[in-house]
Ligand binder design. Structure first.
Ligand SMILES: Cc1ncc(COP(=O)(O)O)c(C=O)c1O
Length: 470
């Protein structure tokens, strides 16, 4: 109410001078045009001094009007919505600014390895779609997604993961990120609670925050969420709308939830009548051990919304993800999506479908696993050599991240800053907490984007830095 009154005051104090100014400007331009029309410059005749003066005057007036207008606009106070007022740019995006310096070694991004992209296949597929089916690829399409891709994904997820029941629906989204956004939009009121792992993926946390929800963090054990803390949170938060979990090779901690815990998390969600949002961008990137069933595969009660994506297995730039969840929730999400982007890029959806159906998709996944196994092992060997015992890390079984812990006595934010000054970027661990002001001794590293030489140089610098600090 107070904001509105202030805004109205600002508007009304500007509106009269702006309007008067607009009339003077219009009249002046009309006079100039009229005068110039009356005296068209004849070919070969010099313009009269009068029209030059008029033109110079009109130029000055025009310049003045631009400056004056800008001054008025710059004085404007922008009143952002309560929902977005406290939002800050993600720490990772901020760090990307440093990482853009070609001399900086970025161990901060979560980008797939450049070697992982099947560029030749994508080139062939795109050319063939544009040759054989250009109109479908360029025309508007339906919000729930390109029908052949939806069928391919339903079939694939059922056969390989036992995901999808009669009561479920599949919606193609613009990346998995949009699943977080649409789920929250469809289910949460401001003041509701989302229970999430602490630490957790900053992109999702920011998406939840943008709807004014409160985040309740549940600390992580080495095999996933601490179950006692999860149950306490469920008991204490009657407005909890969903539990957000990344069960495979979690971003940022690299932790994988054990099978036993997956079942218990499902049981708890069922007992307290709270949905689970299961985010699984890294599940296909296992480099060691046996694949574990998704929580969604236990779902006989319409309790789980599953988020998948092509970002880590095909290319993040195509922005194709999907969700499989209870039809009633998906229907609301479809309506919300209509207001956001109408539908996901149709050419990109067709490319994803062709890649899954006309190429050897399982062989591609195997290729990625082999590639990342090599890279992850290389990074962990370097950590053994240069970081241990002062900086410890959690060995991973998949995914793209290694979570490192600094010894007591080293200030984590200062360590990350000093690393940047030495041209190595890592992500401060508190960026992934539900409350960023909590103390944290950890930082996140990534091994998929840098080259082997960069990895070696970067990890060596981190080791030297910690040795100088303690
Ligand atoms: C855990 C997690 N969820 C979701 C996303 C978003 O993925 P997408 O590119 O499909 O939007 C990421 C991206 O890094 C992620 O790490």
């Amino acid at each position: 109410m107070i904001h509105r009154k202030k805004c109205d005051k600002i508007k009304s104090s500007f509106s009269i001078p702006l309007r008067v100014f607009g009339y003077i400007r219009q009249t002046f331009w009309a006079l100039v045009n009229h005068r110039l029309k009356q005296r068209p410059p004849a070919a070969g005749r010099r313009k009269s001094g009068g029209s030059s003066v008029l033109q110079a005057l009109s130029f000055c007036f025009h310049l003045f009007s631009i400056l004056y207008h800008d001054r008025l606009v710059l004085k404007m106070e922008y009143k952002f919505s309560n929902r977005v007022q406290s939002l800050k740019p993600s720490a990772i995006r901020e760090i990307f600014k440093y990482a853009a310096d070609p001399e900086v070694i970025s161990l901060s991004a979560g980008n797939p390895s450049p070697e992982a992209f099947p560029t030749k296949a994508i080139e062939e597929i795109t050319a063939s779609i544009l040759e054989k089916n250009p109109i479908a690829a360029l025309q508007y399409s339906i919000t729930e997604g390109y029908a052949p891709l939806r069928e391919t994904l339903k079939d694939y997820m059922k056969k390989t993961h036992n995901v999808g029941r009669e009561f479920d629906e599949l919606v193609v989204t613009s990346g998995a990120q949009q699943v977080m956004d649409l789920t929250t939009k469809a289910l949460c009121n401001a003041g509701d609670v989302v229970i999430c792992e602490a630490p957790s993926f900053i992109g999702s946390l920011n998406s939840f925050r943008s709807y004014g929800v409160r985040l309740r963090g549940v600390p992580m054990d080495d095999d996933g969420m601490n179950l006692e803390a999860l149950e306490t949170a469920l008991r204490e938060e009657p407005n909890a709308k969903f539990i957000y979990t990344i069960p495979n090779f979690q971003n940022p901690s690299g932790i994988t939830m054990s099978l036993e815990k997956r079942k218990k998390v499902y049981e708890l969600a069922k007992r307290y009548g709270v949905l689970i949002l299961e985010d699984n961008p890294y599940g296909d990137l296992r480099i060691e051990g046996e694949d574990l069933p998704c929580i969604k595969s236990f779902d006989e009660d319409g309790l789980v919304m599953y988020a998948g994506t092509f970002s880590k297995v095909l290319a993040p730039g195509i922005r194709v993800g999907y969700c499989i969840g209870p039809s009633a929730v998906c229907q609301k999400m479809i309506v919300c999506k209509q207001g956001e982007d109408v539908h996901t890029n149709i050419l990109a959806q067709m490319i994803a479908n062709e890649f899954m159906t006309k190429y050897d998709y399982p062989a591609h996944i195997q290729f990625l696993r082999d590639l990342y196994r090599k890279k992850a092992k290389f990074a962990m060997d370097l950590m053994d050599q240069y970081l241990l015992p002062k900086i410890t890390y959690k060995p991973i079984q998949g995914g793209l991240f290694i979570w490192c812990t600094l010894p007591e006595g080293v200030d984590m934010p200062d360590f990350c800053k000093q690393a940047v000054l030495r041209k190595v970027c890592v992500v401060p661990g508190n960026a992934f907490l539900t409350d960023e002001s909590e103390p944290c001794q950890c930082f996140r590293t990534n091994f998929s984007t840098p080259t082997d030489q960069q990895l070696e140089k970067g990890i060596k610098i981190l080791g030297q830095l910690v040795n100088e600090l303690i």
